[in-house]
Design a protein around this ligand. Sequence first.
Ligand code: E4P
Length: 287
Amino acid sequence: MRPEHLRTKLFLDGGNPEETKEIIGSLGFLDGQTTNPTLISKNPGVRERLKEAQKFTKEQILDYYHDVVKEISAMVPGGSVSVEVYADAASRADQMLAQGKEMFGWIPNAHIKFPTSFEGLKAASQAVKEGLRVNMTLCFTQDQAAAVYAATQGARKGDVFVSPFIGRLDDRGENGMDLIANILCMYEKGDGHVEVLTASVRSLDHFLYALKLGSHIITSPFDVLKEWAARGLPVPGPDYVYDRRALRPIPYKEIELSRTWQEYDIRHDLTDKGMERFSQDWNSLIG
Ligand code: E4P
């Protein structure tokens, strides 16, 4: 059962519908799911097929992704399922948009994931005008979150998510949780049309602190949600203290939300690396 004081929406981060089923059983509720090319590459059916040295054609792996997403969608009909477009360094906005439109038709409750890169933002800006819901992934800075806000102006609340990746910032010694706090604070000056979806969660501490900060949504791996369930679904109060260990703080920046999206500093090396890794994992399935 959803804890009474829980305001944050909770998503599972994964590409295996069996896990979705199990988490719904453990928590008694689930508000949605996020998928990505790496998670799909880890799906047991995909692994099984690769073990037999059978790769997919481009069409077959897309069909497989479609089937997985359909199965998940049916388990969270009132929630949201994020589906990610293929994007590498050469992908143009029009190509991402075309894929996004096709994927949006797969299920009734999709959010389409575009990278928070120049081309991804251009695609998303057009996508929301055409009525698509979007989830801007691979966000590593407050500037990128400001660009997401500006690029999706006019969209309805609930139609736009931004996914700051905290674990990948932690991995290189920066306190990813600061980014969540900073974006939430910056968005307080806005109209509330973008929801912060804490992503790249690696531990129960990340999860609990994101709850305390009031992240609108958190997507967590199976193991973290299982651990939370095993502890009795605690919702941290004001006395919860996050241990930032030796991670370097990420300072808050005063950023106006009123500029056009192209005026913000969008580039980040982790966004480029993230696109590279997602596209490599996807391409490794195709033979
Ligand atoms: C979810 O939308 C993200 O793709 C995911 O949380 C990334 O997590 P990772 O950094 O552990 O790969």
